[in-house]
Design a protein around this ligand. Structure first.
Ligand code: FES
Length: 99
């Protein structure tokens, strides 16, 4: 089932918004001109990521400073799992997710 999240024209660099979808908290961001959708939950100890720092393509969790590559999801300086990224789906002038 396609769930629309945002209109394409609203996606600009620095965009950041959370959505509750099917009981999950998701975080949609635009990073280096690319929309990225991930679980709004740090793989380290579960802190929400919507207030994380982003520098280039690197996201730094506000709680303990673990860093992740937003495009691969990989943890850069922490021994923990990577980010849970979700595949974005385009439908007309909207972007969303297939659940
Ligand atoms: S919960 Fe994110 S770095 Fe620890």
């Amino acid at each position: 089932m396609f769930v629309a999240l945002e209109r394409l024209l609203n996606l600009e660099e620095g965009y950041r918004r959370t959505f509750q979808v099917a009981g999950r908290s998701l975080l949609l961001m635009v990073v280096e001109q690319q929309p990225v959708l991930l679980e709004n939950r740090c793989p380290h100890q579960g802190a929400p990521l919507h207030n994380a720092t982003v520098l280039g393509r690197v996201l730094r969790c506000a709680r303990h400073g673990s860093e992740f590559d937003l495009f691969t999801g990989q943890a850069l300086n922490a021994h923990c799992a990577g980010l849970t990224r979700l595949t974005l789906v385009y439908d007309g002038d909207r972007i969303g997710v297939d659940l």
